[in-house]
Write a protein that binds this ligand. Structure first.
Ligand SMILES: [Ca+2]
Length: 334
């Protein structure tokens, strides 16, 4: 028999999972009535800096193909490498969703200055069949437009890069109104320094953590979940996700950490994760963000996988390499 405290915790976690906007059964498959209740997701990424963002986009599209979530749009958050927009559109196009809205950050104060694969993929429209290369509508206006079209309290914002776009959205009066009215939750890959503190983020972090008004789930796992080297190399060379891994160091041969895919998987399959609901995300004295279990913010939740690293890697690798359901055939190359 479980200790009463354990039972209470289990009940709380179960209640929390039941209230999440997902229609998946415990098997991870959508239930027959899931169509109206699956998560609707805006994906916000710093793609180009690391390849796990590309892996997360593949995971996102595969989950959408399986009816486990719905993609509303993609936001490219780095203002320092303009070609990230083109990578987002190339991946959307590969999965038959080339018409998905894409927005981009127009400032140059946040983002990695290293471009590992963006320019090579974004500028090769002949090979990947996309049409956006280095420009897309401004981030705040795109967030507002996509949110406005959705039912109240229905949208999951998933950030797998620097989430400064949410601060700009909150600074905008109409943007903040949309956040309060349309957003169900914010799921973020993060902890430590990179996404929340580095590459220009430090001036945004305090306001973001202090003023974000809706439920907030943070997912730090993924460093030891290695993917991209088992099944992804067998996908077509015209797969821009495969190309991102090929160009990012040794990722296609040896794999790469899966931080962004883990956060993405949580959105559709929360039953695979533990949800800690007592605690708060805060800045440590040294700067990086930490989970403080001694102080409670009812909006803040920590999510960690229930499964082993190898089990998580198998699930993610299979999703990343799954053939697109609605891929549009490209004209033969001369
Ligand atoms: Ca990222």
């Amino acid at each position: 028999m479980k200790h009463p405290r354990q039972m209470l915790l289990c009940s709380l976690v179960a209640a929390l999972i039941l209230t999440l906007p997902t229609g998946c059964s415990h098997t991870g498959k959508p239930s027959p009535s899931a169509a109206a209740t699956i998560p609707s997701v805006i994906f916000d990424t710093d793609i180009g800096s690391d390849c796990d963002d590309a892996g997360a986009m593949a995971t996102l599209h595969a989950l959408a193909d399986a009816g486990e979530l719905r993609i509303l749009g993609v936001i490219y958050s780095s203002g320092r490498i303009k070609h990230g927009v083109g990578v987002c559109d190339a991946i959307n196009t590969y999965y038959g969703r080339g018409d998905l809205p894409v927005g981009s950050y127009k400032g140059n104060d946040v983002g990695d200055t290293t471009d590992s694969y963006s320019s090579a993929i974004a500028t090769n429209t002949l090979r990947f069949g996309h049409d956006l290369v280095d420009d897309a509508p401004e981030l705040v206006s795109m967030y507002r437009k996509v949110l406005a079209s959705q039912p109240d309290h229905s949208v999951t914002i998933l950030t797998v890069g620097h989430p400064h776009g949410l601060v700009h959205l909150m600074r905008d009066a109409r943007g903040m109104k949309m956040v309060r009215k349309k957003v169900a939750r914010w799921v973020a890959m993060g902890m430590g320094g990179w996404n929340f503190e580095q590459c220009g983020m430090s001036t945004y972090c305090e306001k973001l953590l202090g003023q974000w008004p809706m439920p907030f789930y943070i997912s730090p796992a993924g460093a030891d979940i290695i993917t991209g080297h088992r099944l992804l190399p067998q996908t077509p060379e015209a797969n821009p996700v495969r190309e991102a891994y090929r160009l990012w160091g040794t990722a296609l041969a040896e794999g790469r950490s899966s931080w962004d895919q883990v956060a993405t998987l949580f959105v559709a399959r929360p039953e695979l994760f533990r949800v800690e609901d007592r605690g708060r995300v805060e800045r440590s004295a040294q700067g990086p963000i930490v989970w403080n279990a001694n102080v409670n913010d009812p909006h803040h939740h920590l999510v960690t996988p229930k499964l082993s690293n190898s089990e998580m890697a198998s699930i993610i690798e299979e999703l990343m390499a799954r053939p697109p359901k609605n891929r549009v055939a490209l004209p033969a190359r001369r």
